[in-house]
Write a protein that binds this ligand. Structure first.
Ligand code: GTR
Length: 412
């Protein structure tokens, strides 16, 4: 009986309208039964698992199990790529059941520095957009129509897109700084569109009786893809398994934060302009920021069915996004933003860092976050780091300089 009460049962997850309201961000250190967490042990054994279960149930859907088998096959290797500074490989990851999608991981490693720390994360439109290298595979899965080289009307990627978004993951620039980079097309794991049982979603039994409440949602599947990339990276001789940083932009920034929270093998977490559903609060006070109501209407597949119910009243949420940051403790988290991207709620994201700080303090960091938002263009490199630059919603070579600067401090 004692054992049973420790396991979350459906009764622990009342429907949203039966949950208590809280206008303020729920305290990360107060458990649902009202007890106050004061030690690392209580945090790790009680409150952290409780928060993870809540995020699964009400927001991202069930955390998928690790596949029994992860097999890696190197499709090509070129030590002269990246002007001789780095080796480029593409690695095919398969997972046993033949009908499961495969992940194609593009891996760039410095030639003169191994094992290297590595940035890992999903990309938006295919590995081939990130380098003109002819051997890099063009995705065969569905791709969004607005990416370079996508055939009109068919959502098929073509070789015409090669290298057209090389600035978003500047492989050579990062490799020259001594870091490896590993990235995969998010749509190979789960195409970014609703109401279609394809990608990893198709591996689940068909949903019965209407809304698939806590069914694993797209952002969770993308995070799962990051975890499978990590499965490979920790076995690769060119990579230091203890120095992995997960990175992603926007919807894939939401993914990076979730991936970091649910996988302790990831040492540093960098959600870039992740906004609502990522490092931005659901209880937002920023009128320019994207609200939950809007995101669950326009992108219903990113989150599980239960999350939509909070669109009209986010005060019912039993957590806010600082809880997801706190789950990462004591690992460093860097939130990067841009001034013209208020939609991603930069000031709200800073509030989330501050609200997560009490958990980092439990781990002995007395000042895990800056006292106030740093000035534009200046990295605040605390364990809960923050950066805001001028400009708009994009992932740029200058943003990568900041990720490297943060990694230079925390992954040395
Ligand atoms: C927007 C969405 C944001 C963000 C962005 C992106 O349309 O409202 O939450 O994820 O897309 O991924 O670029």
């Amino acid at each position: 009986l004692l054992l049973m009460s420790a396991i979350a049962t459906p009764a622990d997850f009342p429907p949203p309208d039966k949950l208590p309201s809280a206008a303020e961000f729920p305290d990360v250190l107060t458990a649902r039964d009202g007890t106050k967490v004061t030690t690392r042990k209580e945090w790790e054994e009680k409150r952290r698992p409780e928060l993870k279960a809540l995020f699964e149930h009400y927001m991202y859907g069930r955390f998928p199990e690790k596949p029994k088998q992860v097999t890696a096959k190197v499709l090509f290797e070129d030590a002269k790529a990246l002007d001789g500074k780095g080796t480029l490989r593409e690695v095919e990851l398969t997972f046993g059941p033949p009908e499961w999608p495969k992940i194609y991981l593009l891996v760039a490693t410095p030639n003169d520095k191994t094992p290297a720390a590595c940035f890992v994360g999903p990309n938006f439109g295919g590995n081939h957009l990130l380098t003109p290298h002819e051997k890099v595979r063009v995705p065969t899965a569905w791709v969004p129509a607005n990416y370079p080289g996508v055939e009109k009307g068919t959502n098929k990627a073509t070789a015409a897109g090669r290298g057209k978004q090389a600035d978003t993951w500047p492989l050579r620039q990062v490799v020259e700084k001594g870091y490896a980079v590993a990235t995969f097309y998010c749509g190979d794991v789960q195409p970014d569109r609703p109401n279609v049982r394809e990608g990893m979603r198709a591996t689940l039994p068909p949903a019965e009786g209407g809304a698939p409440g806590d069914e694993t949602a797209t952002v969770m599947w993308w995070a799962w893809g990051c975890h499978r990339a990590v499965d490979f990276l920790v076995t690769d001789k060119a990579i230091d398994p203890k120095r992995l940083a997960v990175v992603g932009h926007s919807r894939l920034g939401k993914t990076a934060l979730l991936a970091g929270a649910f996988d302790d093998r990831i040492a540093v977490v960098i959600p870039h302009q992740s906004g609502c559903g990522g490092a931005g609060p659901s209880r937002s006070k920023n009128p320019k920021a994207e609200p939950v109501k809007r995101i669950t209407t326009v992108f219903p597949h990113w989150f599980c069915g239960h999350f939509s119910a909070f669109g009209d009243d986010t005060t019912k949420l039993p957590f806010d996004q600082h809880g997801l940051i706190a789950i990462c403790a004591p690992r460093p988290v860097l939130l990067t933003n841009a001034e013209d991207d208020q939609w991603a709620n930069p000031p709200g994201q800073f509030d989330m860092l501050a609200a997560a700080a009490p958990v980092y303090k439990l781990y002995g960091d007395d000042r895990p976050v800056a006292a106030k938002v740093p000035e534009q263009g200046k990295l605040s490199d605390e364990r809960l780091g923050y950066f805001i630059r001028a400009g708009k919603h994009a992932m740029t070579p200058d943003d990568w300089k900041v990720y490297v600067q943060f990694a230079d401090k925390w992954l040395r």
